[in-house]
Structure formats: C-alpha cells, structure tokens
Design a protein around this ligand. Structure first.
Ligand SMILES: Nc1nc2c(ncn2[C@@H]2O[C@H](COP(=O)(O)OP(=O)(O)OP(=O)(O)O)[C@@H](O)[C@H]2O)c(=O)[nH]1
Ligand SMILES: [Mg+2]
Length: 374
C-alpha cells in the first residue's frame, strides 16, 4: 500500500524541509505502508522549490510538483492527481507545510482507512483535539462548525475548517468524476407560461420542505415530548398548589396543603420557600425526569448512550435549567427594555430555549453514533 502525503505550499522556505522530515519520520510507525511525500508548490517566489528539489534528488520518497497556478485549491487537487496518476498512490493524505499539523497523528488516521473508512479528518474541536490559535480564529472555527452542523444536520462531525486529512483514492476519484460538456439551450417553440414557473418553484419548495421534515423526525419527536412534558408540569403544579387541573377542582385540598403559603413560609435570602415555590420545583423536576426518559427511550433511542444513564440524567437536568433562564431573559428584555408585552418575550424565549436545548441534547447528551460510510 502506498501512502502519498500531499503538502501544498506557497512561500514555505522556512518550514518545508522540517515539515518533510517530520512526515518521513513516521515511516517507522506505518507498517506495510510505502510512505511518499509530494510538495505541490504554486511556483513560490522564495526558495521553497529549490529546497524541495534538492531533497528530492537524493530521496526517492520525496517529490516536487510545480503547480504553476496560484491558489491552495488548485495546488491540492493537482498534487493528489499527480499522486494517483504518477506515484500510484492507494491512500492520500493532506497537510499544511507550515508545521501546524503534527504528522504523528498519521499512523492512527491511516489505521482507520485500513479499517474501511473512506475519509479520516483531523479535528481540533473534538475531545483530545486542541486549537492553539488566537481566540478570534478559534471562534471562527467553532462558528463555522456550528453553521455547517445546523445547515447540513451533520451533528456527528465536529470540525469543518481544517485541512489535515487522509482519504482513499476511490473517494478522490468519485468526488472528482464530474465532467461537463458544452450544450446549446434553445428556448421551447410553444410558450412557457409564468404559471408553470410559479408551480415549478412551489414544487421545489414543497419537495425541500418534505425532505427537511423527513430528516427532522427526531426534532418532531422532541417537540411531541416537550408538549406532553408541559402538560405534566401544568397538571402537577395545579394539583400540588391548588388541588386543581387548570381551573377544574379535582381535590378537596392541594396535595401540598400542609406546606405554608407565602405569609408563613421560611425565607432563604430574598427567596420565599412557600407552597408555590415547592410546587413549581417538584412539577418542573417531574417534567424534566419525564422528558429524560422519553428522550432516552424514544426521541434519541438510536443515538449514542455510551456513558451511564445517571450521568446523562444529571447532564440533562443541568441543561434543562438553561430554558427557564433564557425565557426570563427574553421576558425582561421585551417588557422592560423594548416596552412590549411580556407574553411576546415569553414566546421568543420558549422558541430560542427550545432550539438551544435541542442542539445541546444532540451534541452533548445523546450524540450520533459514528457511522462507517462505505
Ligand atoms: N499550492 C499552494 N499552496 C498554498 C497556497 N496558499 C497557501 N498554501 C499552503 O497551504 C497551506 C495552508 O496555508 P496557510 O497560509 O498556512 O493557511 P492557514 O493555516 O489557514 O493560515 P495561517 O497559517 O495562519 O497563515 C500552507 O502549507 C501554505 O503554504 C497557494 O496559493 N498554492
Ligand atoms: Mg497555517
């Protein structure tokens, strides 16, 4: 099996020799792999080309490709193409030439390719990964990752802005097997009415919506559980505090009748630990526990349940606190600062809290199981 590590460069005279050396050192950790390096250089005006050509003269495992055109994308693609066509690579790797990427991860990455994965991508954002750049660059990586996850629903992949990766020749060929041929497009002879354009656009929108809905089945389940949990919360609160379900009297006295009301209740700082407080606490916790078991066994049943359930329950409890805080924030923001009705704030808070909770649930508590795409 031949692995060709492609290093695209532009003005890397200070780093390239060391970068090549560090990659080649890994040969001893890559059993049964014939390790080669190709530097695909966009005709750097500095000494990058000269340095690589000098190394390539004495080391048959090192190759130099003068890409001529400028641009990282073209450099990368031409380098991989050369690695497949001329160097007969089976596995392709890609890393920067400025020593940002540590080649000691290569053996592990190649190992996964040998196990059957098509693409192994280095991630700074998952457990064990590190991003040692400044805070604004880190924010950019995290922001881009969040955007990609939300747009594509790929919550199982953590990083999208890094170019340290290993992949198969098959994958590269598949991605790049797109060919365009010139065609002449002639307008139809009969009229193409506006109505058809409108119905076509509506069809496309409808199709998109249906696909999105099908993909959102987990989210729909999440909403259903949320609705039930609201009723549990409301009914429990009613029974505990007033002995009522909404305004319907069902008990002679509230379940918490022996707990004092606000005038006689004990105080903790500014908080009155009265019947309403205790009733709210119990009913909120009841609904959280219901939520948890419903998510655990239904909504997120097919997702990862790796660490102990009690830990997931604790995590879930912690994140569930975020929702009321967000709702409170929006109620106050809308009522005090924007002079709008508090119900508007509550509605916005509920929606924002809901989405945030959902995202935290699928990214932190019930993660996607890693899938092998073959
Ligand atoms: N072939 C080719 N490689 C390039 C070009 N521009 C940059 N590169 C290489 O692509 C890799 C990544 O580029 P960097 O400039 O390090 O990009 P970055 O890591 O996002 O940014 P900084 O390291 O902070 O500057 C490096 O090995 C560069 O030498 C180009 O036009 N052509
Ligand atoms: Mg860099």
């Amino acid at each position: 099996m031949r692995l060709v590590v492609n290093i695209p460069t532009y003005n890397e005279e200070e780093n390239i020799e060391e970068a090549i050396k560090r990659v080649l050192v890994q040969a001893k950790n890559l059993k049964n792999i014939d390790l080669h390096v190709i530097v695909s250089d966009s005709h750097s005006p500095d000494k990058t080309g000269e340095i690589v050509k000098r190394i390539a003269k004495t080391n048959p495992k090192v190759h130099y490709l003068d890409v001529k055109e400028k641009g990282l994308g073209i450099g990368v693609i031409k380098g991989h193409r050369y690695a497949i066509d001329k160097l007969k690579a089976d596995i392709l790797a890609q890393m920067d030439g400025d020593l940002s990427h540590d080649p000691s991860s290569l053996p592990e990455m190649v190992g996964y390719i040998q196990e059957g994965y098509d693409l192994v991508s280095g991630s700074r954002l998952m457990k064990g990964g590190k991003n040692l750049l400044g805070w604004h660059r880190r924010l950019f990586s995290r922001g881009s990752a969040l955007y990609c996850k939300l747009a594509w629903g790929t919550f199982g992949i953590s990083e999208y802005t890094n170019s340290y990766r290993v992949f198969t020749k098959k994958l590269f060929e598949k991605i790049n097997k797109i060919k365009e041929v010139p065609i002449v497009f002639v307008d139809r002879r009969g009229g193409y009415s506006k109505a058809k354009i409108v119905s076509y656009t509506l069809d496309v929108l409808k199709f998109g919506l249906i696909v999105r809905l099908k993909n959102s089945i987990t989210f729909i389940k999440f909403l259903v559980v949320g609705t039930f949990s609201y009723f549990i919360n409301a009914i429990a609160l009613g029974l505990l505090y007033r002995g009522q379900i909404y305004s319907m009297k069902v008990l002679n006295q509230p379940l918490l009748h022996s707990w004092p009301t606000v005038d006689h209740a004990p105080k903790l700082l500014f908080l009155s630990l009265d019947r309403l407080f205790l009733a709210s606490l119990i009913s909120i916790e009841l609904s959280i526990v219901f939520n948890f078991f419903a998510h655990e066994n239904w909504t997120f049943k097919d997702r990862s349940h790796t660490f102990p359930a009690i830990l997931r329950l604790l995590k879930f409890n912690t994140t569930s606190i975020a929702s009321p805080i967000i709702q409170l924030f929006f109620i106050i923001l809308f009522a005090r600062y924007l002079n709008l009705n508090e119900q508007v704030g509550l509605a916005v808070g509920v929606v924002v809290g809901l989405f945030l909770n959902y995202v935290i649930n699928i990214m932190w508590i019930w993660k996607v199981k890693p899938t092998k795409i073959s």
